[in-house]
Design a protein around this ligand. Sequence first.
Ligand code: DON
Length: 331
Amino acid sequence: MVQGTVNLNTQLDREWIQEYVDDWVRFYRKATKEGKVATYIPVLAEANPEHLGISIHGKNGMVISSGDVDVVFTIQSISKVLTFIVACMERGVSYVLDRVDVEPTGEAFNSIMHLEMKSLNKPFNPFVNAGAITVTSMLEGKNSQEKLNPVFDLLEKIVGYRPIINQQVFKSEDETSARNRAIGYYLLETGLLESDLGVTLETYFKQCSIETTVNDLARIGLILANDGLDPESEEEIIPRQIARTTKALMLTCGMYDASGKFATYVGIPAKSGVSGGIVALAPPRVRPMQFPFIDGCGIGVYGPALEDRGNSIAGMKLLKHIASQWDLSIF
Ligand code: DON
């Protein structure tokens, strides 16, 4: 790739990097045919399975976007990153981790097997549905609006506008999610819920229905890559310990039962959502080699065609290729 003393901030280099990413998106769009859009939340089945888009925001201010970057989709499980951050900011990391562990399950995101099979007496991690619903119950507030206001405040600071909830997607999940209701009742029965079950599930379905774009996801990734600091203003958006704990969980649990392979073959913290989004990030690299985004970047990917674990199949392949080309791995 790029070696030596090339200055990657020049317009020429930027155009050359853009051409590479355009080519890679064109190539990996073919992989969308290997996946299927989610249908268990009926409205998600309306997505175009051939869509693939990416946006990369560098700490140096360079932005590279390619493919279907104007598509608005719902954040789904990527919202679990935000609610975990807000719960830790409201209650403290220790309080949250006393109630939800930090271990990958190796099971599907909506599995309830570990809840009963293991004597943990708490969900394995905040990114499987059981852990996420538990975290959502910890958010301060008596109703979904009060619970989610701080999440929208955080998002507004990161992406520069206040996103909205897609009411059609919210209604679609609220009307069909027997599995999450089962998880909720189990958590209620075992004393793990800290809010009314109905309020908790309404809040959870609404957080999953927040609208987003690959640009927004790249901004979230960039703030985390920058240890919680806004790279332009240096304002602390997310406290350092919370940012670091979040990145560790993204690396070990963010892609569910594909997290081990993703960490091994891609090597960067990431969190997927079932509507096809992936937020990923690369911290500054140590070696002085001139790869693009050497001082860190956030990445947002959208590709609604999913592999069987609920992750964007073309998105994962595209991220794997870029990580190998630009030495993004943190290992
Ligand atoms: O709870 C659910 O099933 C969805 N609202 C979110 C699941 C999800 O995004 C899993 N990630 N791939």
